[in-house]
Design a protein around this ligand. Structure first.
Ligand code: SAM
Length: 282
């Protein structure tokens, strides 16, 4: 079957991607999962009709939500990923040999199983890495009962509708803070400000009373339509968002990681916010 898959994330703007081959289209008990092949983006996964990741541009999103906080911090050993079912974030974080353990809390096992089957170019062998600790649970429940601490928490969730809505709440963010080691960093997927401005604005409004420093940084991911995507950033050490270029260069060289988007210069530039975003987040 071929045709067009239409993204229905935004009320007034729709994006259609040609589906040359539908690989999978069904529902788990939580969401509809569609996997299909597109001539420009390779294999694409949608959840409840929203593009989640594509083979062609996933590297941008996964590199920027892992290497920016890991190289800014300089001592990340334990990582918590909330969501991330496609395994791309996990695979990218594990590239750091200094990372000892990555706990990934994904609510829908179906996303993991299908990503392992249909998106091996994204997750690679990450799920089989001995440092991987996969937990199938609701992220808000996990942090609500977790007595462990992490140097970095990455919220790689769907948008704040359906199962992910709880991951944009004060309760969740306060529990994330409790699960961070001193000097730890929280980063979040926070949508495209040009079309979803209230998302990043709302997150930062909640984070500011909890963390000494909360802002966002940007990167453009082609299939997240509408311009650059915002990544929420929160820590108790404002210097972490301004790690000097030479220190980033040194850490990046020591990490010996091949990237196609991340560089220390891109890292620092990502925090330079255009006026409309700066105004949005106050
Ligand atoms: N890159 C995508 C984006 O920017 O929207 C996110 C990709 S990843 C597939 C999103 C994952 O979040 C999905 O696998 C979904 O099942 C998971 N998720 C949604 N709500 C969750 C929750 N409350 N706890 C844990 N995982 C959740």
């Amino acid at each position: 079957m071929t045709g067009w898959v239409e993204e229905k994330l935004h009320s007034g703007v729709r994006m259609r991607l040609k589906a040359e081959r539908i690989l999978y289209d069904s529902r788990t008990d939580l969401q509809r999962i569609v996997l299909f092949e597109n001539p420009q983006f390779g294999r694409v996964m949608t959840l409840d009709d929203v593009v989640q990741t594509t083979e062609r541009d996933e590297f941008i999103y996964h590199e920027m939500l892992t290497h920016v906080p890991i190289l800014a911090h300089g001592g990340v050993r334990k990582v918590l990923i909330i969501g991330g079912g496609d395994g791309g974030m996990l695979e990218e974080a594990l590239k750091h040999r200094t990372v000892e353990r990555v706990t990934m809390v994904e609510i829908d096992r179906g996303v993991v199983d299908l990503s392992r089957e249909y998106l091996p170019s994204i997750c690679g062998e990450a799920f089989d890495d001995p440092r991987t600790d996969l937990v199938i649970a609701d992220g808000v429940e996990y942090v609500g009962t977790c007595d462990r601490q992490f140097d970095l928490i990455i919220v790689d969730s769907t948008d704040p509708v359906g199962p992910a809505e709880v991951l944009f709440s004060d309760r969740f963010y306060r529990r994330c803070k409790a699960c961070l080691t001193p000097g730890g960093i929280l980063v979040t997927q926070n949508g495209v400000p040009f079309l979803q401005g209230p998302e990043i604005a709302g997150t930062l409004r909640l984070l500011r009373p909890i963390f000494a420093d909360a802002t966002c940084y940007l990167a453009s991911v082609p299939t997240y339509m509408g311009g650059p995507m915002a990544f929420g950033w929160a820590s108790d050490n404002a210097a972490l968002r301004d790690t000097p270029q030479d220190m980033l260069e040194q850490r990046f060289a020591e990490a010996r990681i091949d990237t196609r988007y991340y560089t220390p210069g891109v890292h620092r530039g990502a925090f330079a916010l255009p006026g409309y975003v700066a105004e949005l987040i106050g």
